[in-house]
Design a protein around this ligand. Structure first.
Ligand code: G6P
Length: 523
């Protein structure tokens, strides 16, 4: 009976807490348990706060991007130490003011103790603009035009040694320094491909620390790692095998990681059944935690005044019976934006009756313009869109509208209003746009989803799948999506919403903490 009362109270609390309420309660509980035994230290290249000098003052602004949003979810519960790179002069100035000690910050209901690592700008440039993006990013998204690139020459080796390795060492040393100051052993949560070499430094100094690195992007097949050099690949694998857990978005990536370790670390013992690597007395587990969105927070932002204003603007533009195909992406070659437009062009060619009845709205966010390939990609997009608009457009109808800029509220407003959402990346760690669309859309919109997106492992049967290079297949899927009967659209949309609500960001963190706690208590 007591159990029933408890359940009932819990259920009411869950309803108040919104999506994933019960997981949030469990998350709070396990966070408390873990923190009773360990000091939490997070590290990511981009931190939760960026400082800019405005006139006489240093202003704090929320750090951009999905990684910060996801990892921030734990800050509301734990007040972690968060180590990040100083990205601009404002961050460096703030770091100097703090004298190497953590800076107490709050923002969006979260509390952080933020510590910057402050590499020399030239060192940071080699780490970020030569090795992390593009070398590793292109490798992990299969983007290299391998007959021609990458050419790993002396300059690349220098960027590796004097850039990537140096910044990783700085991160590792900052973690060790903070861990030594704490009165409990550390739990270190490292984020992403920028920090592959940090675990080796941390493990060498802190044998008792619990160390996890989560890889937010795909882990390609072992063979493709040969576009690197043996010593780089080996250094990455060895360092990752200093972790207790290496986390991935998908089963596919976790399997590839095991195969990569087996291929390039002759002294490693890989067990595919338990998904572990044993190397020099350390056991490393390859685990899968599909990242997600904070459903409640996304819905709150979608109800904000800014989003409402954008929504009203979009509504004023829509004249029924127009249907809107939407895409929301960083301007990024792995997002496969060009083939998406080619598929739309084919759709208009095959189905003249759709002309003037549909439009394609593309919200594109400029990204990494310091890397040459990104600027070129944007130029190609503009040329192609110009061609399609010229070929099919008229005074009354513009087939494709591109809106560039980084405006999250605008993106969420658009996601409420699509009839078809095109998410066709060549390959993608997860793709949170698909999940945001699933919970926000008001029109029973259909998602056309690439099988290369990490999100496909969870959403597959509820979307219309496409293979990313198959332009005619994508055109057919767009047509099918536009024509899907109302009842089926409704059914799919409802199920999609439910799947994403259940797999909220709280679940991502919770599953990691459960596994880490088990290791910590030697279970
Ligand atoms: C994307 C990826 C993340 C990555 C981030 C880096 O969001 O999904 O895995 O960490 O890009 O972006 P940045 O703008 O910091 O280079």
């Amino acid at each position: 009976m007591a159990g029933a009362v408890e359940t009932d109270v819990g259920a009411r609390r869950d309803a108040r807490a919104g999506a994933g309420g019960h997981v949030r309660r469990q998350l709070r509980k396990i966070t408390e348990q873990v923190l009773a035994e360990r000091t939490l230290i997070l590290a990511s290249n981009r931190g939760p706060i960026e400082y800019r000098r405005v006139g006489g003052t240093l202003r704090a602004k929320r750090g951009a991007g999905g990684v910060v949003t996801a990892v921030s979810a734990i800050s509301g519960l734990a007040n972690p130490i968060w180590i990040a790179a100083a990205l601009g002069p404002g961050d460096r100035e703030r770091a100097v003011q703090a004298g190497g000690r953590p800076i107490e910050e709050t923002g969006g209901g979260n509390r952080y103790r933020l510590r910057f690592v402050t590499p020399d700008p030239a060192v940071y440039d080699a780490y970020y603009n030569v090795i992390a993006n593009p070398l590793l990013w292109f490798l992990q998204h299969y983007l290299w035009d391998t007959p021609r690139a990458p050419n790993i020459d002396r300059a690349t080796h220098r960027a590796w040694d004097d850039g990537y390795a140096v910044v990783n060492r700085l991160f590792g040393e900052a973690v060790v320094d903070e861990a030594r100051r704490a009165d409990q052993p550390a739990l270190v949560l490292l984020q992403d491909y920028h920090l592959y070499l940090a675990p080796a430094t941390i493990r060498a100094a802190l044998p008792d620390a619990l160390v996890q690195l989560f890889v937010h992007i795909p882990w390609p097949d072992a063979d493709y790692w040969r576009v690197l050099t043996r010593r780089m690949c080996e250094a990455i694998c060895r360092s990752l095998c200093a972790c207790d857990i290496v986390g991935f978005q998908t089963q596919r990536s976790a399997r590839s990681f095991l195969r990569t370790c087996e291929s390039f670390l002759p002294d490693a013992d890989v067990d595919y059944r338990t998904r572990t690597v044993h190397l020099g007395g350390q056991t490393t587990r390859a685990r899968v935690y599909p990242i997600s969105i904070d459903v409640n927070a996304v819905r709150r932002t979608a109800r904000s005044n800014a989003a409402r204003e954008h929504g009203a603007h979009f509504d004023a533009q829509l004249h029924r019976p127009h249907q809107t195909i939407l895409r929301v992406d960083r301007i990024e070659p792995s997002k496969n934006i060009l083939r998406g437009f080619e598929a739309y062009r084919l759709l208009l060619e095959d189905h003249p009756e759709l002309r003037r009845q549909v439009r394609f709205l593309a919200l594109l966010v400029p990204s990494r313009l310091g890397v040459e390939e990104y600027g070129r990609y944007l130029d190609e997009i503009n040329v192609l869109v110009g061609r399609i608009n010229l070929e099919f457009g008229s005074d009354e109808w513009q087939p494709i509208e591109i809106v560039t800029g980084d405006d999250y509220a605008r993106a969420l407003a658009a996601l409420q209003r699509y009839d078809v959402l095109l998410v066709n990346p060549l390959i993608d760690g997860m793709n949170l746009v698909a999940k945001e669309g699933a919970v926000l859309n008001h029109r029973n919109g259909v998602i056309v989803l690439s099988e290369g997106a990490g999100a496909f492992e969870q959403l597959n049967h509820l979307t219309l799948p496409v293979w990313p290079c198959d332009i005619s297949g994508t055109a057919d899927a767009l047509y099918e999506a536009l024509m899907l009967p109302a009842e089926e659209r409704h059914e799919r949309a409802r199920n999609l919403r439910q799947v994403v609500e259940e797999g909220d960001i709280a679940r991502w963190l919770y599953d990691q903490l459960v596994d880490l706690r088990q290791i910590s208590s030697g279970v």
